[in-house]
Design a protein around this ligand. Sequence first.
Ligand SMILES: [Zn+2]
Ligand SMILES: [Zn+2]
Length: 141
Amino acid sequence: MNQQDKTGQCLCGAVKYEGLGKRGRVHVCHCGDCIGWTGGPLMAVQFAQGVAVSDPAAVNWYKSSARAERGSCKICGSALFWRLRSDHNMVAVTAGSLDRIDALGAIEEHIYIDKKPPWYEFSDDAPRLTGAEFFARLQEQ
Ligand SMILES: [Zn+2]
Ligand SMILES: [Zn+2]
């Protein structure tokens, strides 16, 4: 993995970031909040030690639930970050905002598959968890 595999930016370039630590694989979330926020399922990638943002003032944080907030560029509106409100190092970046989207490899997991609308399907065979299954696993950790 070279350094470029960890960097990304919004559409207009006002927000640039670098992932810290090991990069995870792509997770796809089909929940209503993610579809509402991005217009489609959220494809996101986590870094083990969080993300360093070049210009934090250029990011608008929206509290989308009691637990999570979502960051987008104040200028171009690109969806960039999802993070836990209680732990800002628990942050994922949108897969499409990474500079090297060709370097991501196979999808690791789908979550909230029970919320997926019927008019699209992914062709990969990664595990598909319902919201309840995903939530149960979080409680175990
Ligand atoms: Zn922007
Ligand atoms: Zn979601």
